[in-house]
Design a protein. Structure first.
Length: 572
DNA sequence: AAAACTATGATTAGCTGA
DNA sequence: TCAGCTAATCATAGTTTT
């Protein structure tokens, strides 16, 4: 077999990363303190941070940053010391069922809030009256009394787990409500005529009503760039632009979030708003390898002086899969594969294609057959493996295209089906590594990393290939086979640092994070790509957007990142 | 019980010519 | 400006085989 002959034995390369990797146990550096410009006027950071749940304080700042009047936020905080009570007070406002109707954008929009705060005092009493119930019933009952629907409450219970505190539950519901309220295209919202009116005329008119009326609704919807090269790719010559990060986005820690670019409308606007208003960087991995992979990345990393992994991977199908070259007909003009997904084409399909081609004598097939074959080839990423023979990619070919070492996902008890699934859900290593390359100079002594939704370890592999020493990796991954893959890779590559496993992001709480941060001296980097199941176009059944069963775990990414930011900012 | 196998559209965005 | 077209898409559910 000469399919390895291209010299891609990346797992055999000496990466010269044998620096001493001492684990630090020093106290938090006071220099890592953050400032929160959003809340500086009326929301006293010090007081808010001292309340029970740190993430709430930043949520408050978000409300201010998103256009809620500071007076209102401040007032609510004054009335209720605990953020977890004040946030629902804000969110039970008209915003929840806010129709996209120009009538509701009048200047008295916020004046309605005052009325909705009227019974906020009674919540605390209700909390004490439910002691006799079980934990779950108690929480449900409490949430119901707070004005949440049973549906919201039970979704939150399911998402946050049975042992979640009321604070965590309300936190989750608030996040979901914020998303729902902020999404002008949310399903239960108005019929089309009004929407059109808004898009065509009313939208712009509102924008010119002065800075005071600036709200989240005024933002232009995000558009995907064409070409999809983000702030630049190694193979396209263009100067790196300068970008101005929002102050609230600044680290520590550095963070990096990933998900599918082609999500339902409004999803990326929501993601952006939660992640400190950082503009997503949309990049297609076809500029890094032989397969397309359109993804959005939200991060606060520097974008100057990036460098790619070398050697550069093959960037055409024929270079990546040289054995297929001799079978490739001239009328199949593909040079790149489409997105590598979690499932492959069936044998029945390739049989149908073979028969359709064999019926065409020995000449070129007629146009309609060519179109039929090409449509299926593009849909299922088929490659030519013989005369009239098409086939889906093998697991190891997917591994290679995604930038993983050969056999990275092989063996150790994982089925072939699960290999495709895990690979299809992974990062493209070269793409991510290009973005993360700036960490090498920033952390020559290595990094402490929090890796959420780690999967098969795309982030870890990328950093290792870059030569960034991994001091501590706290990895959170639900799938046991995936955790085994990362653990196996960790040992096989003779990592000198520490790998710590968790299995459930919804169970990661502030106490655990405080403990971890105090032990390792803080996280330098938080990375994760949350589930795309409910965002991806391939999902026929439950493409429910960010509120979907799995994709709503995005809010846990935000929650955990925000907790880390707050803990790291806290003077110690 | 686990793994393999197979059938199953809709939502976007971009392009083009009327 | 817009209907009509091309094109892409980190998947799920049900069934069969191992």
């Amino acid at each position: 077999m000469d399919q390895n002959a291209s010299g891609e034995d990346s797992d055999n390369i000496d990466w010269d990363t044998e620096d001493e990797l001492e684990i630090q146990s020093s106290p938090l550096p006071s220099s890592s303190r953050l400032t929160y410009p959003d809340g500086e006027a009326t929301v006293g950071d010090a007081e808010v941070i001292s309340t029970t749940d740190l993430s709430h304080s930043k949520l408050i700042n978000h409300f201010v940053g998103m256009g809620f009047p500071e007076e209102l936020v401040a007032k609510v905080i004054e009335e209720n010391g605990n953020c977890s009570v004040t946030l629902p007070a804000l969110e039970n406002s008209p915003r929840q069922e806010q129709p996209v109707d120009s009538d509701h954008y009048s200047s008295d929009y916020y004046e309605n809030f005052a009325d909705d705060l009227s019974d906020s005092d009674s919540w605390c009493e209700d909390e004490e009256n439910t002691d006799s119930l079980s934990g779950k019933e108690k929480a449900l009952s409490f949430l119901k009394k707070m004005g949440y629907t049973m549906e919201e409450a039970s979704i939150a219970m399911e998402r946050c787990g049975p042992d979640a505190s009321v604070d965590e539950l309300t936190d989750f519901i608030c996040a979901a409500q914020m998303a729902r309220a902020a999404d002008p295209f949310f399903p239960e919202l108005p019929e089309k005529p009004k929407r059109k009116l808004l898009e065509n005329g009313m939208w712009k008119r509102k924008k010119h009503r002065g800075c005071d009326s600036r709200t989240m609704f005024d933002e232009e919807p995000l558009r995907l760039p064409n070409p999809m090269i983000g702030y630049g790719v190694p193979t396209e010559l263009c100067p790196t632009p300068y970008r101005n990060l929002p102050e609230a986005a600044a680290g520590p820690p550095y963070f990096y979030y990933e998900n599918v670019a082609l999500a339902p409308k409004g999803v990326w606007d929501t993601i952006k708003r939660f992640l400190y208003d950082v503009e997503p960087e949309f990049v297609d991995s076809k500029y890094f390898c032989a397969a397309a992979r359109k993804r959005g990345y939200v991060h606060n990393l520097p974008i100057q002086n990036r460098f790619p992994l070398v050697p550069l991977p093959p960037r055409t199908i024929k270079e990546a899969l040289p054995l297929t070259r001799r079978w490739w007909p001239a009328w199949d003009t593909r040079t790149k594969l489409n997105c590598l997904q979690t499932c492959i084409g069936s044998a029945k399909l390739t049989e149908r294609l073979r028969k359709a081609l064999e019926d065409c004598y020995d000449d070129e097939p007629p146009a309609h057959v060519q179109k039929y074959v090409m449509d299926e080839c593009r849909k299922w990423n088929l490659v030519w493996v013989g005369r009239n023979k098409l086939a889906p990619l093998e697991c190891d070919e997917v591994e290679m295209l995604l930038g993983f070492p050969k056999n990275h996902t092989r063996g150790g008890g994982i089925s072939r089906t699960d290999r495709y699934k895990s690979l299809g859900n992974s990062f493209q290593v070269d793409t991510v590594a290009y973005h993360l390359s700036v960490l090498k100079d920033l952390f020559p002594g290595g990094i402490n990393m929090l890796s959420l939704f780690s999967g098969i370890g795309g982030a870890e592999v990328a950093l290792h290939k870059l030569g960034v020493p991994l001091k501590t990796v706290v990895s959170v991954e639900k799938s046991e086979v995936n955790r085994n893959i990362v653990r196996g890779w960790w040992e096989q590559t003779n990592q000198k640092g520490t790998l710590i496993d968790f299995d459930d992001v919804t169970r990661v709480d502030g106490d655990q994070l405080e403990q971890l941060i105090s032990n390792i001296g803080g996280f330098d980097f938080v990375i994760g790509g949350s589930p795309c199941n409910n965002l991806a176009g391939s999902n026929r059944h439950h493409r429910d957007g960010l509120e979907g069963k799995e994709s709503s775990l995005f809010y846990d990414y935000f929650r955990i990142l925000d907790l880390v930011k707050c803990i790291m900012a806290k003077p110690n």
